[in-house]
Design a protein around this ligand. Sequence first.
Ligand code: APR
Length: 171
Amino acid sequence: MATVEIIEGDITLLNVDAIVNAANCSLLGGGGVDGAIHRAAGPELLKACIPLGGCKTGEAKITPGFKLPAKFVIHTPGPRYKDGKHGEPELLASCYRNCLTLAEENHCETVAFPAISTGVYGYPWAEATQIAIQTVLSFPTKNIKKVLFCCFNAQMKELYEQGLANNSKTA
Ligand code: APR
C-alpha cells in the first residue's frame, strides 16, 4: 500500500511522476488548477490535449508534463456538484480510481492530486475529502509508492488531515 501524504501548496511545483489536473470535459484548459497547470506546462500541453478528443466526467487521460517538474499530467473532469443525488459521489470516486489506474499503467511511483471538484464545480469540501481519501486508501497500488494530496489552502489541508486520521482509525 502506498503511503499517503497531505501537503499545502501549488501542485504545479511538485517534483513527482504525475500530477492530476481537475480538468473539464473539453480538456482544452480553463481556470483554477487547470489554468495553473496549463500555464506552467506551456503551450505544448494544450497541443497534446487537442487530439485526445475530450474526456468524460469521471474518466482520465494522460499526457506528458512538458515544462512542469512532473513527468505526466493525468487529466480528469470531476463532477459538477448539484445535490449529491445525481451520481456525483460515484463519479468523483471514479476520478480518483481512473487516475490511479493510469498512474499504475505508466509506472508512476509518486502521484499528486488536487481536491478535485471542490472549486468551480462546487463539491462540498468535507464530502469530497472523504471520497478522495476512502477511494485512494482502498485502491490496490503496485508501482505507486506515494500519493500526495496537494491542498491549496490551510482549511482544505485540515479537512484532509482529519479525514485521514478518521479513516486510519476505522481501517
Ligand atoms: N495547486 C493545487 N490546488 C489548486 C491550485 C494549484 N495551483 N489551484 C487551485 N487549486 C485547488 C482549488 O483551491 C480547489 O480546491 O484545486 C481544487 C479544484 O478547484 P478547481 O481548479 O476550480 O477545479 P474544479 O472544482 O474541479 O472545477 C473544474 O474549473 O478550472 C476549471 O477547467 C476547469 O472547468 C473546469 C473546472
